[in-house]
Design a protein around this ligand. Sequence first.
Ligand SMILES: [Zn+2]
Ligand SMILES: [Zn+2]
Length: 261
Amino acid sequence: MPYETILTAWTQWPADHPVPLRWGADACRRRWERGVSLLAEASPTISPVEVECLLGPLIDLLAGIGAENEALERFAEAWDRGELEPSALFPGRGRIGVPSAQEKTGLSQDCLAVLAYGSLRPALQGYFGECRPHLGDWTLGVCPFCGAPPAFTDLLEDGRRQLACHLCGGAWRSSRLWCPYCGSRNAQHFVRFVAEDKEEGYAIFACQGCHGYLKELDRRVRWNAGSALVEDWGSPHLDLIARQAGYWRAAPTLLQLENPA
Ligand SMILES: [Zn+2]
Ligand SMILES: [Zn+2]
């Protein structure tokens, strides 16, 4: 499974890097009250050399599935010249990766986002570790820590819905009758469908307002399931079903690069 290459590379990440963000509860909440994700106002010192150790195998993997080879070469060259740094892969408004990285390389937005997901997770996960407990109410459709879009949904033990971010490992609660992409609260917009073999606990939540979807795992029936990331990346058949039904997702997976729309 191609994702194993990525997950294995992550295990090599040095645990003490980067230095965690040491903002207290007040400093975090002041940003959240303004609707700002922490990464927008923080500047983690992430070593390009460490990130490169993750980008290398990932670029090989993407080249192996035939995704955007020439643009990937331009990306690698620009990285080597120091023109692109880890912050070039950070999320911005409605996207992952800065626009100049796309202009410089010709990579698609999905491919740039996949590079970000594959190379920043270990750094950002540790970076926000000390801020996670400070999270209170957060009602936006992007990660309160890094600003990336939600990538997966967990229905927790108490039946509440939690959105998961794959870029930093963040998670936040949200209403079950709300589309995190377009903000719709119109229950008539929402459809929930399951795979033909009806694996218990797995579903697709889709919005007919914006045609976005998120996969959803009910942990009350799948108490021994893996993390949101492992469950998401391990269920591409559900993404195929959603795509065939005409829906899109904001956090791309390898599937989008193997079979561009
Ligand atoms: Zn995040
Ligand atoms: Zn929507």
